[in-house]
Design a binder for this molecule. Structure first.
Ligand code: HEM
Length: 334
């Protein structure tokens, strides 16, 4: 099996200043909210659904060419997992939202994507939607700002991007409703944006091995957590970690975040398994882990150089996650 190495990034020389301004817009909202609540939390993905210990199990699944970086040789790595709702507000699970998984893999030595970084961690962050409704960070941040004041969201978007772009964005947002999450145990989670994979570029996904159905009832404010507490008390959860290699700039663009890489153009290939052992996440021990995970930072730039995030929206995230974690005084990278 061979894969294209013809991907490339297009870096706009003025983008760093733009990303810093966008990040400030998000952290200004975070600051106001933290002051009101009197406690620190993430700028987005504020509500933790659950924290759990896990293992990344790298076997012999990956095609030869994809045995690179973290996936070079069979190994089992300890991990932390944080499941979350995407909103910057702490709200009931029934409200439409992005759902996320953040995985921190430990004991991953090697040159890091962030110059000078010493930690031996590799993070993977994913949401239940395979492509963002936003083609760039400007659209994403305008939406985050608008969502903080929903009544004026639409006029603000039209004012900033014009009617045509807003209609497109809203249609795509409406389309994301079909990725409704029944249970975090049976949902697929996508990186939505690409990373390096040695000489290749890929998007990745966590694909559950649990069958859909039999989730707890969607009643009350915190039913997703109730579902995970019950499932993890009863037994382990398993997801395949799969990657979707870059094909060409038209079908699998690096810089345009709104284009979904279709599976008919590039199939997902298994490279590892994420295993969450049976555990009582509602116990005192589970609570202690949740506290550490809450204080930690999960960031796509906590990565090996061989798995460096790619594309403008990823570069924008490089600024935003740093600022959000600084403002909430997150713990140093373990
Ligand atoms: C489109 C792909 C994206 C995915 C898959 C994604 C996923 C996630 C996830 C899963 C978290 C929660 C991490 C945790 O549990 O600790 C998170 C947090 C966050 N995201 Fe994103 N995100 C995306 C795009 C963006 C963009 C474009 C921005 C801003 C430019 C952004 C800003 C943030 C911030 C500020 C946090 C909180 C960081 C912290 O304080 O720890 N995200 N994201």
């Amino acid at each position: 099996m061979s894969f294209s190495t013809d991907w490339k990034e297009t870096v706009d020389p003025g983008e760093k200043a733009r990303f810093e301004m966008l990040s400030k817009q998000i952290t200004d909202i975070q600051k106001r909210r933290m002051e009101r609540a009197g406690q620190p939390f993430r700028a987005v993905h504020r509500k933790a659904i659950a924290a759990a210990k896990a293992e990344l199990r790298i076997g012999n699944d990956a095609p030869e060419a994809l045995r690179v970086g973290l996936f070079k040789a069979p190994a089992t790595h300890a991990c932390w997992v944080r499941f979350s709702n995407g909103s910057g507000s702490h709200q009931a699970d029934r409200k439409q939202d992005v759902r996320g998984i953040a995985v921190k893999v430990f004991d991953v030595p090697g040159p890091k994507a962030l110059p000078g970084a010493q930690a031996t961690t590799q993070d993977f962050l994913a949401i239940q939607i395979p492509a963002t409704p936003f083609k760039n960070a400007e659209e994403f941040v305008a939406f985050v700002r608008g969502a903080a004041q929903p009544a004026t969201l639409l006029p603000k978007l039209v004012g900033e991007f014009g009617l045509v772009a807003t209609v497109k964005m809203v249609a795509k947002l409406a389309g994301t409703a079909r990725y409704k999450v029944d249970s975090f145990a049976t949902a697929r989670f996508f990186s939505a944006l690409p990373i390096r994979f040695g000489p290749y570029a890929v998007k990745y996904a966590f694909v559950p091995r649990q069958e859909a159905g039999a989730a707890v009832a969607h009643t009350g404010d915190d039913f997703y957590r109730a579902d995970l507490v019950k499932r993890l008390a009863a037994g382990p959860l398993l997801y395949d970690l799969k990657v979707q290699p870059f094909v060409d700039e038209k079908r699998t663009p690096i810089e345009n975040a709104a284009i979904e890489w279709r599976e008919s153009d590039s199939a997902y290939l298994k490279v590892a398994e994420l295993y969450l052992p049976q555990q009582d996440i509602a116990s005192a021990e589970g609570g202690a882990l949740a506290e550490r995970v809450e204080a930690a930072s999960f960031d796509p730039w906590h990565a090996l150089e061989e798995h460096r995030p790619l594309g403008a929206m990823m570069r924008a995230r490089g600024v935003a996650y740093f600022d959000s974690t600084q403002q909430r005084k997150a713990a140093a990278e373990p």
